[in-house]
Ligand binder design. Sequence first.
Ligand SMILES: [Zn+2]
Length: 297
Amino acid sequence: MQRKKVRFYLCISLLLFVFLVFFSGCMTGRLSIPIGHIKHRAYPKADALLEALPAFQAREKASVKVYSAAQVQEWLRYGSKSSTYPHDKKIVFITVDDGPNAKHGMSMIETLRRYNVAATFFYIGGYLPKNENQVKLALEYGNSIGLHSDSHNYRYLYPGRSGNADAVIQDLKVLLQRYQAILGENVAFTVYRYPGGHMSWKNLGEADQRLANFGLTWLDWNVSTGDSVREDSLSVEVIMNNVRGTTERIGDKNVIVLLMHETKAATAEALPHIIEYYSGLGYEFGILDSPKGWHER
Ligand SMILES: [Zn+2]
């Protein structure tokens, strides 16, 4: 009888022990699931993230350095003759034009985040209203944004290939209103990229001056992906050949402003190779100090 009692108590203790271990496991499991869930659900809400995190914190997450547009324009125009030219380091500015494009543009934002780098996006005003969250996310992940006109209409902005300052400024005002609606009244930009590039048009002096009155510096590029061609003639290989070719050809290689477009699938596909190519050559990644004031809403 005594032995049976001992066995009985032993069994009960064992069962209790197993039950306790199992129960505590469940509790940990139960606790961890909802916490993970909350984080996961909150993540894609760009509006909430934007208000929770100031821009500079997001920029600290990306391994990029921020440079003024005026500084980068000087480096592009005067190369190593500029007194501030970075002779001891190499910087590449990835610039992405003609978005927001919900498909390829978002894929590029993800790629940049995966590599912990950032780019400067030159969005077209007309595409902004349907892609407000993309604009916010791009900034939240530490990227920068420059202005690229509202209309992107060459005939309107440069009739007869000659700059019409009134049209450029009128178009700019519409663009700024669109951004204010998304990023708040205080948003201010520092960089403007002329559709087609400053280098492509005549008589832009007056427009340049009037852009400067808005605190804007224009910026072109010195290396191109060559992706402004028909989609069927583009591939990752073609893009990488263009990038390597133009990078090797330019004289002063320590500052590269690389032009690409987020309208092409092949460009989005080439972006990881581009990042790896420049990383391999010892470049650091830079973005332009723009916009300002958007996190101060
Ligand atoms: Zn463009």
